[in-house]
Design a protein around this ligand. Structure first.
Ligand SMILES: Cc1cc2nc3c(=O)[nH]c(=O)nc-3n(C[C@H](O)[C@H](O)[C@H](O)COP(=O)(O)O)c2cc1C
Length: 172
């Protein structure tokens, strides 16, 4: 799958089959994250791959049901002391690398920001020196649940050529 195809194919998946992510993929997923660019190559991130069912249930409890249903929850964290200006951006880039890699091997994903970061820290024994940024839930999409929210801004509303409000598309 080429990159554009992968980008166009990715949707947020919020219903998963009861099927594990193959153990062989865990390392590939992690490598996709680690190969992300980061400011001054400081790589402020650590990722906790949560497959344990009790931990997944505890992380998702009281939030959207699909969070615990996913067979893999990846907790993205950064070292609070490493490059404070950019560490959140760096982590987000790495997590999106993970998302795109997963898409390319037909694993469904969803970014999750609505969860309890402090509870997740405790469940995963994440040290106070590190900030919990976001979750990526991963699994095989349940085809019975269609994806939603296909809305995107028009190109000319979002992207300009040379100066603000000058359309990118059309004849130049
Ligand atoms: C930082 C971030 C946090 C998000 N948090 C949630 C969330 O807590 N729950 C959820 O269902 N989707 C969440 N999403 C997914 C967005 O709702 C989704 O990307 C958006 O609606 C576009 O849909 P698509 O991903 O299918 O293209 C989040 C996405 C991002 C980037």
């Amino acid at each position: 799958m080429d990159v554009m195809e992968t980008i166009m194919k990715r949707r947020s998946i919020r219903a998963f089959l009861d099927k594990k992510v193959p153990a062989t993929e865990l390392e590939n997923i992690a490598k996709a994250g680690l190969m992300a660019p980061s400011a001054s190559n400081m790589q402020p991130w650590n990722f906790v791959f949560v497959t344990n069912a009790a931990k997944r249930l505890a992380i998702g409890k009281g939030f959207q049901k699909f969070i615990s249903q996913a067979p893999l929850i990846i907790v993205g964290t950064v070292d609070k002391k490493v490059n404070e200006s950019w560490n959140v951006v760096d982590c987000a880039i790495a997590l999106q690398n993970i998302v795109l890699y997963c898409t390319s091997v037909n694993l469904g994903t969803c970014w999750v920001g609505a969860f309890d970061k402090e509870r997740t820290r405790k469940i995963c024994n994440i040290p106070d020196s590190h900030k919990v940024i976001a979750l990526i839930v991963v699994g095989y999409a349940d085809p019975a649940f269609p994806t939603s929210n296909f809305f995107r801004k028009d190109l000319d509303e979002a992207a300009f050529l040379d100066e603000w409000d000058k359309p990118l598309t059309g004849e130049h």
